[in-house]
Design a protein around this ligand. Structure first.
Ligand code: GTP
Ligand code: MG
Length: 316
């Protein structure tokens, strides 16, 4: 999968690489030729910046993020002294800096370290709109935790959708963890509370709590989520975004971040036909770290998000 993602990313990176060479104005060119160096002016970088903005947007980077990247790049490029020969290297290094900045969250999170160093039981709450991959990601993370020596219990906090409890029970059975559940329609906050009590009584390291998918625009559902958080005080709220949702995933992330806040994000379905720009936009617009990406439907299809790898691929 990474090969195909790489190819997709290289599309945007490749374009950047080819088109990043500025169409230097004649006066700048002459000056560079005569004196060996020149400063880039606005006219020298206009075409490059415009093309980059188009490339970013075609790669599913949100308009706001693409504009920010282009503006920051413009600030770095205009007035930059170039030698006439190393122009494209200078520009590529500026693009790397700007992408690095855009992908740097306000606080780094390493999931397994947070669990290792955190309180017991460590409580993780999965948030997001319907069908983004919350339950699947939760099962993948349970597997990851078990593989790393932690004990886990599930809280069947989606008491709303038909079949949600059974779906979680199936995952639990496959992976080998217990599920604490009530009936459908029960109070989600109470189910999660019971799971925490269960973990406490049995010295279980981690509670992974599912929640019902909710549209970010539904105030009553957001209020329910706030109640779940108030009652259970999760140590980590994880926003699960769907890479296929494009700019919508960014809007969802922003609203969940404003309404209830979250510590980190996971972007699922990166194996599908996506161009990867959503990753950039979510981190840039929420300032929260993207810690994992989902790359398939199997339990092991979860990869740590590697910022340097991502940028290297962007730059080709
Ligand atoms: N290809 C692919 N499919 C995924 C990935 N993550 C989840 N899915 C699929 O997406 C669908 C929805 O996943 P769920 O985990 O049920 O999503 P959810 O957010 O819990 O959905 P609701 O409970 O209905 O809100 C399922 O068919 C999953 O197998 C991924 O990384 N890649
Ligand atoms: Mg679910």
């Amino acid at each position: 999968m990474f090969d195909s993602l790489k190819q997709k990313l290289n599309f945007f990176m490749g374009d950047v690489k080819e088109k990043a060479e500025p169409k230097i104005t004649a006066s700048t060119k002459v000056k560079a030729a005569v004196t060996g160096k020149a400063r880039l002016g606005e006219a020298d970088v206009e075409d490059t910046l415009w093309q980059l903005q188009m490339d970013l947007m075609q790669s599913d980077v949100a308009v706001e993020t693409a504009e920010h990247i282009v503006e920051s790049l413009k600030e770095k490029l205009v007035g930059l002294e170039v030698s006439g020969r190393g122009i494209s290297d200078d520009i590529r290094s500026c693009i790397r800096d700007v992408l690095e900045e855009s992908l740097t969250p306000e606080r780094e999170v390493t999931f397994l370290d947070s669990v290792r160093d955190g309180p017991r039981p460590y409580k993780v709450l999965f948030l997001g709109v319907n069908g983004t991959g919350k339950t699947t990601t939760m099962a993948k993370m349970a597997k990851l935790l078990l593989d790393n020596g932690f004990s886990v219990v599930f809280a069947a906090g989606d008491t709303f959708r038909a079949g949600a409890i059974e779906q979680l029970q199936q995952h639990a059975q496959n992976i080998g963890v217990n599920v604490i559940s009530h009936q459908r329609g029960a109070d989600s906050a109470a189910v999660i509370y019971d799971a925490v009590e269960h973990a406490r009584a049995r010295n279980i390291d981690v509670v992974l709590a599912d929640t019902a998918g909710r549209m970010q625009s539904k105030t009553n559902l957001m209020d329910e989520l706030k109640k779940i958080i108030r009652v259970n005080q999760p140590d980590m709220k994880l926003f699960i975004g769907d890479a296929l949702a494009g700019n919508d995933a960014v809007e969802q992330a922003k609203t969940f971040n404003d309404e209830v806040g979250f510590e980190a994000a996971v972007l699922s379905k990166m194996d599908a036909d996506v161009k990867g720009g959503g990753a950039l936009s979510i981190v840039h617009s929420t300032h929260k770290p993207l810690i994992y990406v989902g790359v398939g439907q199997k339990y092991e299809d979860l990869r740590e998000f590697d910022r340097s790898w991502f940028i290297d691929n962007i730059l080709g």
